[in-house]
Design a protein around this ligand. Structure first.
Ligand SMILES: Nc1ncnc2c1ncn2[C@@H]1O[C@H](COP(=O)(O)OP(=O)(O)O)[C@@H](O)[C@H]1O
Ligand SMILES: [Mg+2]
Length: 229
């Protein structure tokens, strides 16, 4: 998958007030790239992820996915994209309280049927996020960080071409956080996925990563700035 963003604007309207959050963002995300989006609270990081996930509409500008403008997509195309192509790792992880960790990971696959192969992959993912011995636990017997790791495994099971992660390690201690980033990097490489991570935690950034910062509604590529130092 290849993503191109052209002059993207997002303005929220509440009654009389307008809040211009994104003010003309242009950028590109290429297969296999690991991208960070940094920026202060309220700068529009989550808003940008919602637009990329086609969970919200831009005020103006375009997002092109493999040269196809998403504002030309019909509802079925949007749904297929969200369901098959995008792995969402958001803060409100919405696990089902009556299901075990394993079944929660498998939920998105229920409509098409669960076979032994997909179950094994789900178990492997839970193992890779460090929950091998929590597979049969229900969410209320898991810590916040463990629940978040279940949600991460759930997002990765479909082998998404795009992973959108909003503060994915916010609830995690640094060891688990490191493990999650390692897993995202491995899977991103294996599947040549685009990974876009919003975070405050700059400790996980590697020299080869692409780092953007949202400032005053604009996206600034800070790689070049860093490299020229
Ligand atoms: N649905 C909405 N309606 C109105 N304002 C919103 C909405 N969503 C976000 N905002 C506002 O837009 C700004 C950017 O929000 P957000 O994208 O969540 O920032 P970040 O993720 O960088 O903290 C904030 O001031 C927030 O209050
Ligand atoms: Mg946010």
């Amino acid at each position: 998958m290849h993503i191109q963003i052209e002059n993207l604007h997002k303005t929220y309207r509440r009654g009389e007030t307008e809040l211009e959050v994104l003010r003309g963002i242009s950028c590109e995300f290429t297969p296999g790239s690991f991208n960070f989006i940094l920026g202060p609270s309220g700068s529009g990081k989550s808003s940008l992820l919602y637009l990329l996930g086609v969970l919200d509409q831009a005020t103006s500008g375009r997002i092109l996915i493999d040269d196809s403008a998403i504002d030309s997509w019909d509802e079925a195309t949007c749904n297929a994209y969200r369901k098959s192509d995008v792995g969402f790792i958001f803060q409100n992880f919405n696990l089902m309280s009556n299901l075990t960790a394993l079944d929660n990971v498998l939920v998105p696959f229920l409509p098409q049927g669960i076979d032994a192969e997909i179950t094994q992959r789900a178990e492997q993912l839970l193992e890779r996020v460090g929950l091998k011995d929590r597979i049969d636990h229900k969410p209320n017997h898991l810590s916040g960080g463990e629940q978040q790791r279940v949600a991460i495994a759930r997002a990765l099971l479909k082998k998404p071409k795009l992973i959108l992660a909003d503060e994915p390690t916010g609830e995690l201690d640094s060891t688990s956080g490191h493990m999650i980033f390692q897993l995202l990097r491995e899977l991103g490489q294996e599947q040549q996925a685009i990974i876009i991570v919003v975070t405050h935690d700059e400790r996980h950034i590697l020299p080869e990563d692409i780092v953007h910062r949202i400032e005053d509604g604009l996206l600034i590529d800070i790689d070049e700035a860093q490299q020229s130092v």
